[in-house]
Structures are given as C-alpha cells and as structure tokens.
Write a protein that binds this ligand. Structure first.
Ligand SMILES: Cc1cc2nc3c(=O)[nH]c(=O)nc-3n(C[C@H](O)[C@H](O)[C@H](O)COP(=O)(O)OP(=O)(O)OC[C@H]3O[C@@H](n4cnc5c(N)ncnc54)[C@H](O)[C@@H]3O)c2cc1C
Length: 329
C-alpha cells in the first residue's frame, strides 16, 4: 500500500469507512487508492462500483461510515515495495513549529508529536533509500509515555519543575534510525490505551491552530501527558472524505484511557471548528448533521445516495442517526 496509518491492526473496510490516513504531502488517505468496490446493499443485493460504473455510489460510499452497505471486496491501486529510512528525533517545539512547512515538504512522510509541558517535539520522517536493511529496535514509545505520566503524576502542580525535569529526561535521547521495507516501519505498536480527538484542517491553518492548542493544554489541561500529533494528507474526491478537495493538516489530541477527556470538547474542539476543521470519522467529536452539511460540499448528494440505497435506515445506529439526521422512514 502506498502509505499506512499509525497502526496496521484495523480491518481494511473499517479503515476505509472512517477515512483512515497516514502522513505525507503526496499521499492521500487509504481510500484514495480505492479503484473499485463490491457492496452488499441494505436490501441484500450486491452492487459493484467504480469511477465508470455506478459512479455516484462509488463517490458516496468510498468513505461510507458503514452506512451504504457492507463492503465485501475492494480493489486498491498499490505500488511496488519501497524501502525507507525512518528517523525519529527530538527537536525544540518552537523550532519544530517554525520549520514544519519546509520539513513537511522535504520528506516522503513526515509527522511530529508535540510533547506538552516539555518544550520538545518528536519529528518522525520516512524517506526512500537503497541502503541495506537495519531493522527497527524494540519499541520505546510506551516507556517514554509512562515516564511522562510519572512526571505528570508527581509534578502537575508545578509546571516549571515538570518542564525542567522533562528536559533532563529527554536531553540525551539519541535519534532512532531504522531502514526497512515501508510496511514494516510506517505503522507502530500502540499498547497504551488512549482516547483521541482528531480534526483535519486546511493545511495553511495547521501551525497557527497547533500553537493555540498547545497554549490551551499547557494553561488549562495540566493533566495531559500524551503527545499532540500533527500530520499532512493530500486531497481526494470521495464525497465524505475529510480531505475532500483539500490539502489537509491534521491535529490530534489524546488522553490516557483512565483520565478525563472533557477538555477536548471544551478547550480544543472550538479551535478546530473555528478553523473549518473536519473531524476524523472514527474519533471523538460532537458534530451532527447540521454542522457536517456545512463542511462537506457534496453532503446533500451523499445523503441522497444513502437514502436511495437505505430508505428504511437499516444501516443506521443512534450515532449514525445523529451524523446523518434522523430520517428513518
Ligand atoms: C491505536 C489506534 C491507532 C490509530 N491510528 C490511526 C491513524 O494513524 N490514522 C487514522 O486515520 N486513524 C487511526 N485510527 C483509527 C482507526 O483507523 C479507525 O477507527 C478504523 O475505523 C478502525 O477500524 P476497525 O477495523 O476497528 O473498524 P470498526 O471500528 O469496526 O468500524 C469502523 C467503521 O467502519 C464500518 N465498517 C467496518 N467494516 C465494514 C464493512 N465490511 N463494510 C462497510 N463498513 C464497515 C463500521 O460500520 C464503522 O462505521 C487508530 C485507531 C487506534 C485504536
């Protein structure tokens, strides 16, 4: 596959249905590679669709949230294997933010994780190489996260000390380098459970919004210790794609699964919304049909296809009813 998300444990259908993406200025989300689909429709009939056959269904159901039928077969335009060099290194967050547009344009895949309350960010890049394989070592991310959690547990009340100790903890971390086939390096293990809100913004707003998100977390959500993640995604033309006709910069905030996450809705979502962000379909957000219709130029067309294939709302559950508007017949 041309690109991969942060984990590779999902089903392909689940990933496509929610607009799952990786990062890279020239790479669309996974559904950008779909060339044809076979769907078992709500009435039990089977339909095949592509750009040339049943094109409206193809455009509406490529990012379909499970509402257009059950995907039973999919064709993807994949690519030959690419060997990549993965580099993870820590950079001062101020420098990271200032240099991000240039860095993002420079690498095949680039993303960064702002480590709040530390002044540091982890830049992760992947670039094609023909150098010999040098496999990745054991995953350090979970240990780093738990160290950041311990700092939070002990020093949340004193941000200055928390930051000083964090800079010591992170001072001597050497860059992590691995060379291998892309599919072995682009996705990761994520053993620590978390909750997440991710919005996809017009790319030119990403850095400015990120600065405000960091400011709000560091001043009003001091229990956060999980990183804030920034990625870039190329535009595509699926009607319900959060990247529909828009080069996007995504920002994701996370909370440990046992911690409160109401701050995401209170402090962060309004900033994402003000910037015209579209929420990740598979993560936390508070939007309903009225707000979503304003964010998606082809919303009405997609709804018309959905109603025509599922007039009785058989594919809807309460969550989808809120997203699409409650219009069961
Ligand atoms: C640790 C972790 C890391 C993640 N990293 C990323 C990331 O890097 N980038 C990103 O964009 N997302 C990421 N996600 C989100 C994840 O990709 C989505 O939530 C994805 O939908 C999960 O796939 P699933 O197979 O679990 O699907 P489910 O959660 O089971 O289903 C998701 C949706 O797909 C529909 N669906 C499932 N199967 C079918 C089918 N056969 N036909 C039609 N509809 C179907 C369901 O109805 C539902 O609406 C991550 C999630 C986790 C937990």
């Amino acid at each position: 596959m041309p690109n991969l998300p942060d984990i590779n444990k999902q089903t392909l259908a689940g990933a496509l249905a929610t607009g799952t993406h990786g990062t890279g200025k020239n790479y669309t989300a996974l559904h950008g590679a779909v060339t044809a689909m076979r769907l078992v429709m709500p009435d039990g009939k089977v339909r095949e669709c592509s750009r040339d056959t049943d094109a409206e269904l193809f455009h509406a159901a490529r990012v379909g949230l499970g509402a257009f039928g059950v995907l039973s077969q999919v064709s993807l335009q994949n690519q030959p294997l690419a060997r990549v060099r993965k580099v993870v290194r820590l950079i001062d967050t101020d420098e990271m933010l200032a240099s991000w547009p240039a860095r993002a344009g420079h690498h095949r895949n680039a993303e960064f994780l702002v480590l709040p309350f530390t002044g540091k960010s982890a830049l992760i890049t992947h670039d094609v190489t023909f150098d010999p394989v040098s496999p990745r070592g054991p995953d350090q991310d979970a240990d780093t996260l738990m160290s950041l959690k311990r700092l939070r547990d002990l020093f949340e009340f004193t941000p200055g000390l928390r930051k000083t100790l964090a800079s010591r903890l992170l001072a001597d971390v050497p860059p992590e380098i691995a060379i291998d086939e892309g599919w072995k390096l682009l996705s990761n293990e994520r053993p620590v459970r978390f909750k997440e809100m991710e919005y996809h913004l017009p790319i030119e707003r990403q850095v400015e919004v990120l600065r405000e998100v960091i400011r709000r977390i560091e001043s009003s959500a001091t229990d956060v210790f999980f990183p804030i993640e920034a990625r870039i995604i190329a535009p595509d033309d699926a009607w319900l794609s959060p990247f529909y006709q828009r080069a996007s910069g995504s920002i994701a905030v996370h909370a440990w699964y046992k911690d409160e996450h109401d701050w995401m809705f209170r402090l962060i979502e309004p900033v994402f919304r003000e910037a015209g962000g579209r929420p990740h379909w598979g993560k936390l957000h508070s939007l309903g049909a009225k707000e979503l219709a304003l964010l998606y130029p082809m919303w009405a067309e997609a709804q018309a296809v959905r109603r025509s294939v599922d007039p009785q709302g058989r594919m809807l559950n309460p969550f989808l009813e809120k997203l699409f508007g409650h219009d069961r017949l």
